[in-house]
Design a protein around this ligand. Structure first.
Ligand SMILES: [Zn+2]
Length: 288
């Protein structure tokens, strides 16, 4: 069976960078990007007809099906004849997937909606602990996307490219002293640590940032207002994005960037974003 992934390309064909389409189609709270799986959506849409037949809805189409095809047979035990229309056979084919849902709706006297059928077939995953921080309202979307890839460990860092045989050398481009992994690049490299120290000073944070997971946990547990937590998340997302961009500019354009410039870019992007979407009601402390 062919498996779908978020994107294709030379590197992704070799392995790294891919996120399974089923994961991408999960909601943002449950680790995905909230895309709809079109195949499941189509099945859920056909489910509307399954439900209409099961409920003997009062319309001409359903009456015709009952009269010409089902007659007195039980819908759930019925099998469409091989010479019946393609459309009718498809309806018959998907009904098993939705039977439990439709029977439950019948008991509760509820109507069928395609969205209900979709959620039922798609089986959403549980919420993830990092949903709020990655998709925070104050995050710039492109920053959120890089943070989302980092949290899935799907950025094409050199350690992963080397593991998949795409490259031979995996030295960190900033320090050259360790292998470039997500954890090293963003949290252990002295280049990134320099950026963090400046950001921590700017925001007056007193914490040590050692892994992405710990940073997110720290934001969650911080005794700060929800607005401040949104700002923290936006800063982390912007900083990761700017470190990743600096790394790519070094790799592909031969540019070398100083931590001061990365910190400056991070501050400017976060300030712009916040001033653009600052809520009307905000405490003086949060405003400061
Ligand atoms: Zn390094």
């Amino acid at each position: 069976m062919c498996k779908a992934f978020l994107w294709s390309g030379q590197a992704s064909l070799a392995g790294p960078g891919r996120i399974a389409w089923n994961s991408v189609c999960q909601s943002k709270k449950a680790s995905g990007l909230g895309f709809k799986n079109s195949l499941i959506w189509i099945i859920a849409a056909i489910g509307k007809h399954v439900w209409a037949v099961a409920e003997k809805k009062d319309n001409l189409w359903v009456k015709w099906f009952h009269h010409d095809y089902l007659k007195q047979e039980d819908w759930w035990n019925y099998s469409a004849p091989i010479n019946s229309s393609w459309y009718w056979r498809k309806i018959d084919e998907v009904k098993g997937k939705l039977r439990s849902l439709i029977e439950r709706l019948h008991v509760h006297k509820e109507d069928y909606h395609i969205s209900k059928g979709y959620v039922y077939i798609h089986s959403p995953l549980d919420k993830v602990y990092w949903g709020k921080e990655v998709w925070g309202r104050l995050n710039t979307p492109k920053h959120s996307f890089i943070l989302w890839l980092a949290i899935h460990n799907r950025l094409n860092t050199k350690d992963r490219l080397k593991r998949h045989g795409v490259i031979d050398q995996s030295d960190c481009l900033f320090c050259g002293e360790a292998e470039e992994s997500c954890e090293h690049l963003f949290f252990n490299c002295h280049f990134s640590l320099n950026c963090y120290q400046q950001i921590l000073q700017w925001l007056n944070w007193r914490t040590k940032l050692t892994t992405l997971k710990k940073v997110i946990r720290w934001i969650e547990r911080a005794s700060s207002s929800s607005f401040q937590k949104l700002v923290f998340s936006a800063v982390i997302a912007a900083l990761l994005y700017n470190i990743w961009k600096a790394r790519n500019d070094t790799l592909w354009l031969g540019k070398s960037m100083q931590p001061e410039l990365i910190v400056h870019n991070t501050k400017v992007s976060v300030k712009n974003r916040i001033s653009y979407s600052l809520p009307k009601k905000i405490s003086q402390q949060d405003r400061n």
